[in-house]
Design a protein around this ligand. Structure first.
Ligand code: NI
Length: 135
C-alpha cells in the first residue's frame, strides 16, 4: 500500500504503447508510476508554458560569436535589464570564436519568453535553446 499522500488511479492505454513503455523502463530501472508522474509533469509544464502566465524555472542556453561587434555588451545589458528573473549565468569560452552562455531563469513564462526573444534578435547569436520545468 502507498502512503496517504498518493492517489491511486487506473488508466487505459493501447497494448503496444504499454509494451514500448515497459521495454524502456526495464532499461532505465524505474517503475510505471514514476514514468507516469514524469510524463504528467512534463505535460503540465508544456501546457503552462504554452497557455498560461505561470511560474517556471529553467535554463536558457546561448551560443554566440563573441567577435561579432557589440554582442557581449548587448547581452550583458539585456541581462541587467532582466535581473529580476535571472538567478545566475555561466560563461564558457568554447573556442576562438564561440561562447556558450547558460542563464538560469525563474519567473513568469511571459517574462522568460521576452528575454529569450530579445537575446535571439542580437547579431552574433547563433543558437538559443530553452528548457523549463515547473513545480
Ligand atoms: Ni567567451
Amino acid at each position: 500500500m502507498r502512503g496517504a499522500g498518493v492517489a491511486r488511479i487506473s488508466i487505459s492505454i493501447p497494448p503496444n504503447l504499454l509494451k514500448e513503455l515497459d521495454d524502456i523502463l526495464k532499461k532505465v530501472g524505474y517503475d510505471r508510476s514514476k514514468a507516469i508522474q514524469i510524463a504528467i509533469r512534463n505535460f503540465l509544464t508544456e501546457y503552462r508554458w504554452a497557455h498560461e502566465s505561470s511560474e517556471v524555472a529553467g535554463a536558457l542556453i546561448l551560443l554566440y560569436d563573441h567577435r561579432s561587434r557589440g554582442v557581449e555588451e548587448s547581452l550583458t545589458d539585456i541581462q541587467h535589464e532582466h535581473g529580476d528573473i535571472i538567478t545566475s549565468t555561466m560563461h564558457v569560452h568554447l573556442d576562438e570564436d564561440n561562447c556558450l552562455e547558460i542563464i538560469a531563469v525563474k519567473g513568469k513564462t511571459k517574462s522568460i519568453k521576452e528575454l529569450a526573444e530579445r537575446m535571439m534578435k542580437e547579431k552574433g547569436v547563433k543558437q538559443l535553446k530553452l528548457a523549463v520545468v515547473s513545480k
